[in-house]
Design a protein around this ligand. Sequence first.
Ligand SMILES: NC(=O)CC[C@H](N)C(=O)O
Length: 358
Amino acid sequence: MTAAYVALEGGHVLEGRGRSPGTARGELVFTTAYTGYEESLTDPSYEEQVLTFSYPLIGNYGVREERFEDDRVHPRAVLAKELTTDVVDWLESEGVPSVDHLDTREVVTDIRDGGAMKCGIAVGEDVTEEDALEQLGQCKGMSEHTDIGAQVSVDEPVVHGADNAGPDVALVDCGAKGSIVDSLVARDATVHVLPYDVSEADVAAIDPDVLFISNGPGDPANYEEAISLVRAFVEDTPVAGICLGQQIVAEALGGTTEKMAFGHRGVNQPVLDLESGQVVMTTQNHGYTVAEPGDHLEITQINVNDDTPEGLDGLEYDVLTRQYHPEANPGPEDTLDFFDDVLAMAPAKTTTAVPADD
Ligand SMILES: NC(=O)CC[C@H](N)C(=O)O
């Protein structure tokens, strides 16, 4: 049997069954999602993290590329109670180590008690506990990954829906999920996917109808270029954001963000809309949260479990953000209308009326 060790911050080492081999380190987190493992594993927001699935059987409906959110697996390693060979083969082909036959209830309890923590993984024929501890020793804290955007963003601009007649959206790609692009293109927008550190001049050249900051991994405070961009454009251009995007917008407009103990990751997080009184089920994957919205934003939606901000509106500016993932994938599609609301902020296109013949 292939050996597998998981060294947790503090030095406690768990032993499991080795599946795909390799060594890795990252921030140990868990998701309670009971479906959507392909989408979660290809979500760039999991970059530099080790993902534990609390749902016990992962891989029972195979691996299909059309469900991927990006072209590669982002977590550094995967932990579960039971992984199917479909998933293990996929992870192995991507060089991502995985461990199963773990008591994931224990792992989740450790994370809930200790918070998201550093961990080291070693999987292989000859690996030892020391190999996992050595990985743990080299593990950086999430906020120390100061240029994490470079690991997940496009290098050059890419345009989707070029022939669409709707608004031009400048999507700052801090690790955008494919479903965000798809949701906008499906609503007739032209989406300009731009590098995470795109310059003000390059955005201005597009003359976007909406500036949209994507989801992405790591600490929002490290995305200085995107923060400046929001400040530069917000007076004249509607601004939208999802997850990391909400956090960046808050940082830009005088608000603050902070790290949560272990965050929200799952597909049934209840969110209350403060105006309508309605509760919606949402998909979430974040470890930071907006602490204070500042003077230019108001909190419109909150998490029912812990009251953290889930939606922000601009007070004097056109701003609309969500902490959860309205694009779903995985998870419920209750909140897709966010994309309609975002595009409704775009100024009406000026069309030249064709004079009638008579
Ligand atoms: N999904 C995301 O965009 C995650 C945002 C941020 N990296 C966090 O952990 O809070």
